[in-house]
Each structure stands twice: as C-alpha cells, then as structure tokens.
Design a protein around this ligand. Structure first.
Ligand code: B1M
Length: 211
C-alpha cells in the first residue's frame, strides 16, 4: 500500500477520527488521488472492521467509532468525488419502516454501506411505503434497505414491498432487510432480495447484489 495510505487505513481501523481527517488531508496534499484514498484506504479499512466484527474481535462500539472515522474521511473526499465524477458502487435508500423510531442499527448499517462505497439516501425513521416509492422514482436508487426493530412494525416491511410492487417498481431495485426480530425466512416470505443479521453483513450482501 502507498505509504501515505497505510496511516489512513490504520486510523480508520482503530477508530481515530482526528487522525483519519488529518491523514486524508495530508495524502491529498501530497498528490494522492481521491479514488486511491477511497478504494485503497477507507473502503478496505471498513472491510477489515467488518471482518473483525464478524470474528467477534470488535463489537458495536468499535464498529461505530470506526464508521465515524471513515465518515470524517469521506466528508473531505465527497466534494472532490462529485467534481471528479468518480462512480459510487451504487445508490441505496435506507430507512426504518413506518411506526418504528429505532435508528441506531439503521445508522450503523448506513455507515457500513457508505464505507463499502455506496451513495446513501437516508430516509430516516418511521418511513412510509410511499416515501420508499418516491425515493425509487426521484433519487433513482438501485437498492432499498429497510430496518425494523419491533415485531409490530415488521409487517410494514411486507407492506412497503407490496406497495413498491404495486407501483410497478419492484424490478427497478434490489431490496434488503434487517433488524433484531427479522429473519432470513421472513425476508424470503415477503419477497425481499436478501437479509443480513448485522451491519457488516449488510454491506457484504449489498456489494454482492450490486454486482
Ligand atoms: Co426500543 N425496543 N422501544 N427503544 N429498544 C427494543 C427493540 C426492545 C427489544 C426492548 C425490549 O423490550 N427488550 C422492544 C421490542 C420488542 C419487540 O418488538 N419484540 C422495544 C420496545 C417495545 C420499544 C417501545 C415500544 C417501548 C415503549 O414505548 N413501550 C418503543 C417503540 C418506539 C417506536 O419505535 N415506535 C421503543 C423506544 C425506544 C427508544 C426510543 C427509547 C430507543 C431507540 C433510540 C433510537 O434508536 N434512536 C430504544 C432502544 C435503544 C431499544 C433497545 C434497548 C436497543 C436498540 C438498539 O439500538 N440496539 C432495544 C433492545 C435491544 O435491542 N436489546 C429496544 C443496538 C443496535 C446497534 O442494534 O438496532 O438491532 P440493532 O441493529 C443491528 C441489527 O439488528 C442489524 O444491524 C445492526 C447493527 O449490527 N440491522 C440490520 C438493523 N437494521 C438492519 C437493516 C439491514 C440489515 C441489518 O438491512 C437493511
């Protein structure tokens, strides 16, 4: 790895936000390209964080601080990426479904998806089926990611998918779902394209579906 990129990678993996910001700026000042910082340091670092989480070496707090460090780096890169028209892996609308106000897991999933190179449209919490539909139409997203933490709001995932189908938009997007009470079987039953049990696996799943 390029010598100015390794410290960025290391800073994200340990969740050091000020260091990540400083190192990203230093790399850019040294003439390292925006795409290299993104694809050779920030994204691989978040993949490593995901691996550590899956192996039980990292827990949610470590993943959150790493994701925040990555986001700080991404904040510096974003205007440059737009200027240089560097392609994101895809665009994902994410939201916690109608009736549900839990957003910590959803935010973590959004950060990991962003870390995996996706552009994220965060629709927030209590997202009505029509809001997902509007985002598919207006934001031209490739994927919809739904979160639910309550057994009572899980049926709103099914309702949202049914509404997307009814609007004739089902073949325009992949749909992934997750959240503590959600299962793989439930995802299959309601016609989602995939389910992930945690934020890290959500990023792996989205990358797989985007290919
Ligand atoms: Co609520 N709450 N809560 N709550 N709350 C739970 C979920 C509950 C299990 C607590 C309990 O009773 N033991 C219970 C649900 C029971 C059930 O339905 N079976 C519950 C309840 C009942 C309620 C209220 C109804 C309480 C009341 O008012 N009587 C109420 C409902 C409000 C509403 O939404 N309409 C309520 C309110 C709240 C607070 C507002 C106080 C707060 C939310 C704050 C916020 O989110 N900003 C809250 C909290 C914090 C919790 C607990 C304690 C923690 C949830 C959390 O953030 N976990 C929770 C108990 C628990 O889970 N132990 C509980 C950490 C987070 C990182 O994990 O969200 O699971 P999680 O996300 C994971 C995975 O699930 C997955 O990845 C994430 C990271 O790895 N994942 C996805 C999530 N979304 C995904 C999407 C994907 C893929 C993976 O693909 C798209």
């Amino acid at each position: 790895m390029e010598e100015t990129l390794q410290p960025i990678y290391d800073a994200v993996v340990v969740g050091n936000m000020p260091d990540t910001t400083a190192r990203v700026q230093a790399a850019l000042d040294n003439g390292v390209g925006t795409a290299a910082v993104l694809h050779e340091a920030l994204i691989p670092a978040m993949s490593e964080v995901g691996r550590l989480f899956e192996q039980g070496e990292y827990f949610v707090p470590e993943m959150l601080i790493a994701a925040r460090a990555m986001q700080a780096g991404l904040k510096i890169l974003k205007p440059l990426l737009v200027e240089e028209n560097i392609q994101f892996v895809g665009k994902i609308a994410i939201g916690t479904v109608k009736g549900d106000l839990h957003d910590i897991g959803k935010n973590l999933v959004a950060m990991m998806l962003e870390g995996a190179g996706f552009e994220i449209i965060d629709l927030g919490t209590n997202v009505a089926p029509e809001t997902f539909i509007d985002s598919i139409k207006n934001d031209k997203v490739d994927m919809v990611a739904m979160s639910a933490l309550l057994t009572t709001t899980m049926p709103n995932m099914a309702a949202s998918i049914a509404a997307i189908k009814e609007a004739g938009l089902r073949d325009k997007v992949k749909i992934i779902i997750g959240g503590a009470p959600v299962t793989k079987e439930y995802a299959a039953n309601i016609g989602a394209d995939g389910y992930a049990p945690d934020a890290s696996q959500a990023a792996t799943l989205a990358k797989h579906l985007a290919l």
